[in-house]
Structures are given as C-alpha cells and as structure tokens.
Design a protein around this ligand. Structure first.
Ligand code: FES
Length: 103
C-alpha cells in the first residue's frame, strides 16, 4: 500500500511554479502544471543540480547547471546531457493538501 506524506498546502504553489521539499534524505521537486501537481526527484540525474533552482517551462524542468531537460510528468530526459530519467512519485491532493507517495 502507498504511504502518502504531506508536502504543502495546494495554494502555496501557484500554477507554473515548482518548489523543493526535503523528505528524510531526499530532495523532492513538486511542480504545479496547469493546476495538476507532479513530483519527481529534485536532483538532476546528471551531476545532481538542484532542479528547483532551474526553470519550469510548461511541463518541462530545465536543470540550472548544464540545462538538461526533463518531463515533470514522466521523468523522461527530453534533452541531455543527462541520460538517466528522473524518478517520479505519485501525488494526491486531499482537502487542499498535496501529498506524495514513495511506496
Ligand atoms: S547537473 Fe543537470 S544537466 Fe548537469
């Protein structure tokens, strides 16, 4: 069964913005794309750039270090130099709070 952990209130993260959260020893990136929330690992799979310090262009996250591009929806690398896809996490909004599941 999935165990969901609360990250923030949904209205704390406006459409088009993303933010990092520390959960245990993980850095999790949460993004609001057109009112839907998506979560994935917050460190770039290339050389661990902090993705929340990059840009969110619609559903694409751009790493601030060497500008790799990832889909926030699937975690897939859209453009290198990163080669490894990012891990995505299941997100649910319940009563105005955003939860993420790590399995
Ligand atoms: S650290 Fe992200 S592209 Fe190099």
């Amino acid at each position: 069964m999935d165990s969901f952990i609360p990250l923030c209130k949904a209205d704390e993260l406006p459409i088009g913005e993303m933010k990092a959260f520390t959960v245990g020893n993980r850095r999790i990136l949460l993004a609001n794309v057109s009112g839907t929330y998506y979560a994935m690992d917050g460190e770039c799979t290339h050389e661990c750039g902090y993705l929340d310090e990059g840009d969110l262009e619609e559903d694409t996250v751009v790493c601030p270090i060497h500008f790799a591009r990832f889909s926030i929806i699937t975690g897939k690398v859209l453009e290198g130099p990163a080669e490894e896809d990012a891990v995505c996490y299941k997100v649910e909004v319940r009563n105005g709070t955003v939860f993420v599941s790590f399995k």
